[in-house]
Ligand binder design. Sequence first.
Ligand SMILES: [Zn+2]
Length: 183
Amino acid sequence: MSDKAAVYRSLVSVIKQIGVLEERNLVPTRIYGESDNRFLTLSSCLCGAPAVVEKSDTQHYTSHCTGCSTAAAPSTTALEAAIAWNLSPNTNRADYRSSPWFGIVHLTPAAAWYRLRLIEADLNLRVQRVRLELELGQQATWAHYRKLRNYWLLCRYLIEVIQLPQPPLHSKSLTHPREATTK
Ligand SMILES: [Zn+2]
């Protein structure tokens, strides 16, 4: 049996924590990016062939190589299947600078990592908040919950990507006009 009073107390606590992050200026952005966050570009397989995500049964998606038998563990969403593939040792590593989310394209690995850690902390609380609101039958929607959760998954994924050694900076990104306005 769910105890609504306990859920309500959790919600109040989460809202308070979100307020603390805001007060301390620890929320770099809540505009995460316009790209459809249900999909992630798949890294190529180490054999060189591209990979695809497919529905492997009624409840699971699996990413696999189109050239060899390499596959990642099945997941319940296409996004999670793509993340599992890109983080697996059988793929060419992803570059966080190609991420359409979170405004990290022109940042150094350390700056991008720091920004993502702050965004992740805020997103984590926002996902919890919507989940608790749904449990209490408040105005939140499952669509909003899934959307926020996808951003949270992508944020965590990119933090992991940055832990990996990065390819050298391209001269193109060094001379990008937006670089000049970056403070
Ligand atoms: Zn392959």
